[in-house]
Design a protein around this ligand. Structure first.
Ligand code: ZN
Length: 373
């Protein structure tokens, strides 16, 4: 347990730890980088290092430079454990949504989604349905940030996305203009350009890169000997640089969803007969796990359309569903650039409809039929 578990970007991790050692941790840190580069994992590791009760030191990850050892976290003290409970962001986010759904109508409107597993560490994800950071969320940050930490040494706030509503961004800027001594704000973003320049200029900026596919494949050959080489290659590509996601990837679930996605795309491209297609969409009627299942299906259709686009643009090396390239090529024979683009647009419509909670299966049927040439 500790920073040696973090894969890649060793120099950046060491620089951040070095600032902890010198007690000069910035009041605001932008962690930029693609999906899967470990922004959230690293922010939570830093939150633990800043608040760990044991305060261990361990060797530098990059190996060179002085001092040879830098602050780490134990992963076992009460601060580490509680902060670590926020690691599964998807699950904590879903719980927060459910809690809000169960409130009275009047309270629902005023309740913003926040994730808090430790009194001094607050995670602020974009608030649905718009999936933006809202001013009320920033207000809740302001309510606590000027008070000394209760059980740790440093209050930590982690904004998991840079899609701020205008008023929210302006409120955050006011905090950054007069930040308290004992607080650190992490801003995670795939595109730092989305942040106000005035926010960026008050933050220390670090850009993480995703791990190369080959490195993840190498890691999987040790961590998942139950997968064959073809499967490891597929998972490494689908994990988009995230080694943790690769390791715990639900390959069976993905393969099932992909078979459905392929049936839908094939039917849209070729068949006049929709019976096969409706057999697929029929199995997606709302149920207990309906939403997660349909979200996986949609992501999978996207990945197939994307791969078809890569093949169409003569970039087969970018194809992620590398184990079914032959099948994808055959699909491409009936498709063209325009059709693929149009299908992606329609899929985006289905997603928007789902956020507005339209009848899920209905919009899926409409999508499948609407994709036809
Ligand atoms: Zn600890």
């Amino acid at each position: 347990m500790g920073f040696q578990e973090f894969r890649g970007n060793a120099d950046i991790v060491d620089r951040l730890r070095d600032m902890v050692a010198r007690k000069r941790f910035p009041h605001a840190v932008v962690l930029a980088g693609p999906r899967g580069s470990g922004k959230y994992t690293l922010a939570l590791m830093m939150a633990r290092a800043l608040n760990c009760l044991e305060q261990p030191v361990t060797p530098r990850l990059a190996g060179e430079g002085a001092p040879l050892e830098l602050p780490d976290f134990c992963g076992k003290c009460s601060n580490c454990v509680r902060i670590g409970n926020a690691l599964d962001l998807e699950a904590r986010f879903a719980e927060a949504i459910e809690t809000r759904e169960n409130l009275r109508e009047t309270d629902k409107k005023e309740t913003r989604i926040l994730v808090q597993t430790h009194p001094d560490v607050l995670v602020i994800p974009p608030d649905p349905p718009q999936m933006m950071i809202k001013v009320d969320q920033v207000r809740q940050v302001i309510e606590s940030i000027y008070f000394r930490p209760q059980e740790g040494r440093e209050r930590v706030y982690i904004f998991t996305d840079s899609a701020f509503m205008k008023e929210a961004a302006n409120s955050l800027l006011k905090v950054l203009e007069e930040p308290p001594e004992f607080a650190t704000i992490f801003l995670l973003t795939e595109n730092a350009g989305e942040l106000l320049p005035t926010i960026r200029s008050r933050s220390a900026m670090f850009t993480l890169s995703a791990l190369p596919v080959a490195e993840i494949e190498g890691h999987l050959s040790k961590a998942r000997p139950d997968w064959n080489a073809k499967q490891r290659a597929l998972v490494a590509r689908l994990a988009e640089g995230a080694v943790g996601r690769a390791q715990s990837f639900d390959l069976a679930g993905y393969t099932a969803a992909r078979n459905h996605a392929l049936a839908m795309v094939t039917s849209a491209l070729r068949a006049a007969d929709h019976s096969e297609l409706f057999k697929v969409t029929e199995s997606y009627r709302p149920g207990a796990d309906g939403r997660a299942k349909i979200e996986l299906l949609i992501r999978t259709i996207y990945s197939i359309l994307e791969d078809m686009m890569f093949l169409e643009s003569n970039a087969p090396e970018l194809v992620r569903n590398s184990d079914i390239v032959g099948e994808l090529k055959r699909l491409n024979e009936s498709a063209n650039f325009e059709w693929i683009a149009q299908a992606s647009d329609r899929l985006a419509e289905v997603e928007r409809g789902m956020r507005r909670n339209l009848l899920r299966s209905l919009s899926l049927d409409a999508f499948a039929v609407g994709m036809e040439k």
